[in-house]
Design a protein. Structure first.
Length: 113
């Protein structure tokens, strides 16, 4: 099966809110983060079949990650609940995120594990 499924660089905007134990907003941090994404198409096919109830064998292929990798990114723009920019120790926040690694064509509906 051929296709144009590949892993491409992308940028997303992340906003993360942090709350106190009492549920009160303590700060909001944000930043633009470079991540990988799966993009492209995969060749799917339909062929006549006497053993399938529909009369056709359908093989749908989807472009997605073969696994996700976890990494830590730092959001460097933090604000207090009033919108004032924070400085010093509370001016950045580390966030764990998962991003696609090694995108490939898989049969649609199959898990990528």
């Amino acid at each position: 099966m051929s296709g144009t499924c590949e892993t491409l660089p992308s940028t997303i905007h992340i906003t993360k809110e942090e709350y106190t134990d009492g549920g009160i907003l303590s700060r909001t941090c944000e930043g633009d983060v470079g991540v990988a994404k799966c993009e492209g198409s995969c060749s799917s096919q339909v062929q006549p079949s006497v053993v399938h109830p529909s009369g056709f064998l359908k093989e749908c292929m989807c472009c997605r990650e073969s696994f996700l990798r976890e990494r830590v990114v730092t959001l460097t723009h933090c604000y207090d609940p009033n919108g004032n920019r924070l400085t010093g120790k509370s001016s950045s926040l580390d966030v764990k995120m998962r991003e696609p690694a090694d995108c490939k064509c898989f049969r649609c509906g199959d898990s990528s594990e």
